[in-house]
Write a protein that binds this ligand. Structure first.
Ligand code: FAD
Length: 476
């Protein structure tokens, strides 16, 4: 596929520049720099040009031209992706197409159930616009100030609200997508029910810019709960995690809108490295849970109190603090949200974004811990994540004192070991971050040949010249 992708000629670059305007075509390496490296510093790309179209029509003309010339296009939103999908290859041939100038709110449905926005609007701006309309868009990520809704859709982003509202895929009615040859598919519908053949929308969601460029989306809006009650809880052992979650589900039902777990080491990293944080409880438990109940006014505080009382009597919870104000809730959430950032203070970190059936999370944590020690004795696992979705960020910090580069050289061996455990438990090697470049080789290793072949056929049908995000997701 990507073998047909060619370097860009200077005539081609001039014609691209003419489409978006000289002010929106970046060729200067210093100006390009922020678009060519990513949050984890794993990839550093090269490109002859970054183009920043302002409209669907401009995206369409860019793609039609690139397709005719056979030049690779890398869609980029907020550049917060964690698997390198948004970074052009080091070959320096691919053009970066940044959606950042496309940030209009196109329409809000009079009933307040749907909002149509350009793909380059940041998630924080989407949430804000929903709030101003008296509604809520429930997707929430620590990267929301920069991540765009187009990127969220292209990666089918998760976050801590998935338990109650599902991943981004569940939060969208319809899409507008520019295809590889420049044709525009207008699928901006607002229908809850639509059984008219293959689900094209779901094909593009999670396709990481390899099947089309998402230029707009019609998003689902929800009523904002009147109140939330947030608690930070310590557990006496790993064995308490699943029964505590089951009890919370039984007692709170649909009001349980978050159930995030953290090991003791990650909480201590946060307290040590993130200014303005402190441990909410005594620092002597092995596991912690941040849970939240949401609902109508007066409906969450008493059930939380009862739940924690019952869990404590059953020996599932050792200690708990319940936020008494929004500010206190934010302080508790900061601990969870700073978990990724805090690992930077401990040197190299090898990350695995994996999922297994919920009942198997404890087994995963034990077996992955053993596998990691076989690859690198002394490595420090710092698992945390969305327990209610079976999604574990099984991140592993380097042994104290080891050189960062020596440790990161073990990435593939460790990923194999952790992914093998995951797959043996019926799990997935990417729960919410996608495949990108980081996991392209692993995808082929763990998926069945039939599944990979089906994906390749879809890719070839929609992008016969392989110009869309070459080298990502489906490695050549
Ligand atoms: P980019 O990084 O720019 O791109 C990501 C991928 O999508 C690339 O393959 C790119 O080619 C493609 N793409 C981007 N825009 C488009 C488009 N319009 N059309 C087609 N393809 C496109 N992710 C989670 O799921 N859950 C989390 O809780 C979470 N927390 C995070 C916390 C931090 C601190 C950071 C840095 C990242 C986190 N992420 C999380 C990862 C990241 O924020 C998400 O993957 C996000 O959805 C990416 O959006 P973006 O606009 O930055 O996309």
């Amino acid at each position: 596929m990507s073998s047909s992708v060619r370097p860009a000629s200077s005539d081609f670059l001039s014609r691209l520049t003419a489409i978006v305007g000289a002010d929106n075509a970046i060729a200067d390496p210093a100006e390009q720099a922020p678009y060519l490296s990513e949050w984890r510093d794993l990839y550093m790309g090269r490109t002859p040009l970054i183009v920043k179209p302002a409209s669907t029509d401009e995206v369409s003309r860019v793609l039609a031209l690139a397709n005719a010339e056979g030049v690779g296009i890398v869609p980029q939103g907020g550049n917060t992706g964690l698997v390198g999908g948004q970074i052009p290859r080091e070959t320096g041939c691919d053009i970066v197409l940044s959606l950042k100038r496309m940030r209009r709110i196109r329409a809000i449905d009079p009933a307040g159930t749907a909002m149509t926005v350009d793909a380059g609007l940041t998630l924080a701006d989407v949430q804000d616009a929903a709030r101003k309309a008296g509604r809520m868009f429930p997707l929430g990520l620590a990267s929301e100030g920069s991540a765009t809704i187009g990127g969220n859709l292209a990666t089918n982003a998760g976050g801590h609200q998935v338990l109650a509202y599902g991943p981004t895929r569940s939060l969208v009615y319809g899409l507008e997508v520019v295809l590889a040859d420049g044709q525009v598919w207008d699928g901006l519908r607002t229908l809850k029910k639509d059984n008219t053949g293959y689900d094209l929308r779901d094909l593009f969601v999670g396709s990481e810019g390899t099947l089309g460029v998402i230029t707009a989306a019609t998003l689902k809006l929800f009523p904002e709960p009147d109140e939330r009650t947030t608690a930070f809880v310590s557990l006496p052992s790993l064995d308490a995690l699943l029964p505590f979650f089951q009890l919370a589900e039984r007692r709170a039902g649909a009001a349980l809108t978050a159930f995030e777990f953290m090991c003791d080491l990650i909480v201590s990293f946060v307290v040590q490295h993130i200014p303005g944080t402190r441990h909410p409880l005594a620092d002597d438990a092995p596991w912690f849970v941040l849970l939240e109940l949401s609902g109508a006014e007066g409906s969450t505080a008493t059930p939380m109190e009862r739940l924690l009382g019952e869990a404590s009597e059953a020996g599932l919870v050792s200690d708990a603090v319940v936020a008494q104000s929004l500010t206190q809730a934010e302080v508790l959430w900061k601990i969870r949200e700073a978990a990724s950032e805090a690992q930077k203070g401990e040197g190299g970190s090898i990350k695995h974004d994996i999922s297994v059936p919920i009942a198997r999370v404890p087994e995963l944590l034990v077996k992955a811990g053993e596998a990691v020690q076989r690859v690198c004795p002394g490595a420090r696992p710092v698992p945390f994540g969305h327990f209610g979705d079976g999604n574990v960020h099984y991140n592993v910090s380097q042994p104290t004192g080891m050189a960062r580069a020596d440790y990161l050289a073990l990435w593939d061996a460790m990923a194999h070991a952790v992914h093998d455990v995951t797959v043996s438990l019926g799990g997935s090697i990417s729960a919410e971050h996608g495949i990108g470049r980081l996991k392209a080789a692993e995808l082929v290793r763990v998926k069945s040949p039939v599944e990979i072949e089906l994906m390749r056929r879809l890719k070839t049908a929609l992008d016969p010249k392989g110009i869309l995000n070459p080298g990502k997701l489906l490695a050549p």
